[in-house]
Design a protein around this ligand. Structure first.
Ligand SMILES: [Fe+2]
Ligand SMILES: [Fe+2]
Length: 272
């Protein structure tokens, strides 16, 4: 039994997906680029288009990790200031370039699971949003240990309605050798937890790739986007991770209506 029949009677619900801001401390750069420009442009565009009085008001934003350049406390403080410009709450996930302690110091109100991982369940008109912490200190790849998966299993067990999943690392290889090595490692155990609930998992949103993608993982619809900092070149032949800024920064607007879900991606070509 799912909530889909009652969802169908509701108006559309919108939320935002941003990813990989890689924000340095004030004045800092990353590989010669200024990641703050793309994030600032995204926040300004969102404030203009998706405030409470707009035609597509955003209920919340989810930022799927690599929040700052390399875990710097001053980066998190700057991020907090910048996110205050959003017209909706922001829910933040950790990526491989984050630091859990520094994040928690800057965002003490961020929900944690009992193990201290930055995981939360957020009930929304689009379904139950389960936000996962795949950060593994000092490592580029993502992990979901038994404690984090136990938390996920418990959240899935306590509600029978539709589910949206959010995590930094993709659970599937995408054909970019350098990035595939740094993907989520515990996919079999992750799937074991998800499989009994497969029919009600509406979508999986991730970051990390710095590429716009849409597809599916074991039948679950998946999407990601370039993000606000830079893109990784699409090169199936190279083991290296080539960072460029030839494509514009972007964010996604997600529209949920009944059983349908649409992910729009808006590019910001004037941001850099
Ligand atoms: Fe990233
Ligand atoms: Fe990442």
């Amino acid at each position: 039994m799912t909530r889909e029949p009652s969802l169908a009677a509701m108006p559309p619900f919108h939320f935002l997906h941003l990813t990989d801001p890689h924000l340095p401390p004030p004045g800092g750069t990353l590989r010669g680029l200024d990641p703050a420009l793309g994030l600032a442009a995204a926040i300004a565009d969102i404030a203009r288009r998706h405030g409470p009085e707009s035609a597509a008001p955003a209920g919340f934003a989810v930022v799927t990790g690599d929040l700052v350049r390399e875990g710097e406390p001053a980066g998190y403080a700057r991020l907090r200031e910048m996110l205050a410009g959003l017209p909706c709450p922001a829910h933040l996930l950790l990526g491989n370039h984050d630091n859990r302690a520094a994040f928690r110091a800057a965002f003490p109100e961020a929900p944690l699971d009992p193990g201290g991982f930055v995981q939360q369940a957020l009930d929304s008109p689009a379904g139950r949003c389960l936000m996962l912490d795949t950060h593994a200190p000092g490592r580029p790849e993502g992990r979901l240990c038994a404690a984090r998966l136990d938390w996920l299993a418990a959240r899935l067990a306590e509600d029978a309605g539709p589910v949206l999943l959010f995590l930094h690392h993709p659970p599937l290889p995408v054909g970019m050798p350098g990035m595939d090595r740094a993907a989520l490692q515990d996919t079999a155990a992750f799937w074991d937890v998800l499989a009994p609930h497969r029919a009600r998992i509406r979508h999986l949103f991730h970051g990390h790739l710095h590429r716009p993608i849409a597809g599916s993982w074991r039948g679950i619809p998946v999407s990601s986007l370039r993000g606000t900092a830079f893109e990784v070149a699409l090169d199936a032949a190279s083991d290296a991770i080539e960072v460029t800024a030839q494509e514009p920064p972007c964010y996604s607007l997600v529209r949920a209506l009944g059983q349908d879900l649409v992910v729009h991606t808006r590019a910001l070509p004037d941001a850099t």
